[in-house]
Design a protein around this ligand. Structure first.
Ligand code: SF4
Length: 398
């Protein structure tokens, strides 16, 4: 059964593999020099473990960081822009974090960008820029868990390591008709072991893992799987039992905490107040002035009172006039562990740009509207930021 599984899936992959920008073949000369560099840097490991350079390990790492929580089609343009901006590990390692976040802007889950940058710096300083082909060393690097380690080792170095994510759990759950729970750590552990049994023993581990990824994306999809076109149909237990919809099992509804608050696009004479987000969610990105309370459009008086109070605390006594205040919009942003309900207001101060003082949040400063584009912002703020920039610039042109 095991070899029938791997033979079938590899045959299907040979005819149906997705063409993706991070799957470009490594030119022969580059492959040879990669191979030499890896062997020279890790001689003890490579003398006992045959490795074969299958893909450029840097492209595997960048794409895998981007693909966590994000669909392939959404990732492609970001990946291409990112690789044009940081074509090598050394370009990434020597970049400023702000520039890396800027290149990531709009893709979301910015923790991945910070980890990727930290990963690049560590690989550059500790391993001369060569991504280690060893699981233990890889997993000690920033942002690398079991899945990404398996992806790098198998996709880049063709080592027989499983790379199991939710897609693979779904395929195996259906194939074996075992009710694995979606997203559970136990399911990942069990399926990893099962994949080790199913993996080919005579090479092509990278093809095998990529084949499963492609099958999960194109055929054994979460809803409406295309069983009639599936190469595994004859061996699939859930299909045989006419019970595909029962696998895998849904986890209990997850209750994410919801935080509601207000952002204020505070501006004066074409300059906008921004500050950097502290440690935690969206760390290092820029944001507008904020108030802890959510103010809807029905409460401009409450909004103005709270804004004046918070401005006074920062030593700003230039209270915006009611006429200079307007409600813009409300948006919901869903993150991995919480939800934000954000109310956005615009408020124009009338006199001079207030000084930034000690005790203001990190990175607090006033930025000309046309320079806001240079700073990375959370996706939820980007449309508002861009609308403000266009409006300000078109006003200047009139
Ligand atoms: S037969 Fe259907 S359920 Fe089974 S592996 Fe193929 S697509 Fe998935």
């Amino acid at each position: 059964m095991e070899s029938a599984f791997s033979d079938t899936i590899l045959r299907w992959f040979d005819a149906n593999a997705r063409v993706l920008p991070w799957r470009l073949p490594v030119p022969r000369n580059d492959r040879l020099s990669f191979d030499r560099a890896v062997r020279a840097r890790f001689p003890d490991f490579t003398k006992d473990h045959p490795i074969s350079i299958r893909r450029d390990p840097y492209t595997v790492v960048v794409s895998e960081f981007m693909l966590q929580q994000t669909q392939v089609t959404a990732v492609i343009p970001y990946y291409e822009r990112f690789m044009a901006r940081f074509p090598t590990m050394n370009d990434l390692a020597s970049a400023l974090q702000t520039d890396v976040l800027k290149a990531w802007e709009g893709l979301g889950y910015y923790r991945r960008a910070r980890f990727l940058h930290a990963f690049g710096m560590r690989v550059s300083s500790d391993y001369d820029g060569i991504i280690p082909p060893l699981k233990k060393e890889l997993m000690a690097l920033p942002g690398i868990g079991e899945y990404t380690a398996g992806a790098v080792l198998s996709f880049a170095y063709d080592q027989p390591e499983p790379a199991v994510d939710g897609n693979i759990v779904r395929i195996v759950s259906r194939f074996d008709a075992v009710p694995h729970v979606r997203g559970s750590a136990k399911a990942l552990r069990t399926v990893r072991k099962r994949i080790c049994e199913l993996m080919p023993t005579d090479g092509r581990a990278g093809d095998f893992n990529e084949a499963l990824m492609d099958l999960g994306a194109m055929v054994c999809t979460p809803s409406s799987p295309q069983c009639e076109h599936c190469p595994l149909q004859q061996m699939c237990q859930a299909y045989a039992a006419d019970a595909v919809g029962r696998f895998p099992v849904r986890p209990g509804a997850e209750d994410k905490p919801v935080t509601s608050f207000s952002y204020v696009l505070l501006h004066v004479h074409g300059s906008v107040y921004v500050q950097r987000r502290p440690k935690g969610l969206l760390e290092g990105l820029f944001e507008f002035f904020s108030l802890p309370e959510p103010f809807g459009p029905d409460n401009p008086a409450g909004f103005r009172e709270s804004l004046c109070r918070h401005l006074r605390r920062r030593g700003v006594y230039d209270a915006p006039e009611s006429a200079g205040i307007r409600f813009i919009d409300k948006r919901r942003a869903v993150y991995s562990h919480r939800i934000w309900d954000v109310f956005l207001w615009e408020a124009e101060l009338s006199s001079v740009i207030p000084a930034v003082r000690d005790g203001d949040p990190e990175g607090a400063c006033w930025v000309r509207a046309e320079k806001l584009h240079d700073l990375p912002f959370p996706s939820v703020l980007v449309p508002w930021r861009d609308a403000f920039i266009s409006r300000t610039i078109s006003k200047c042109l009139v």
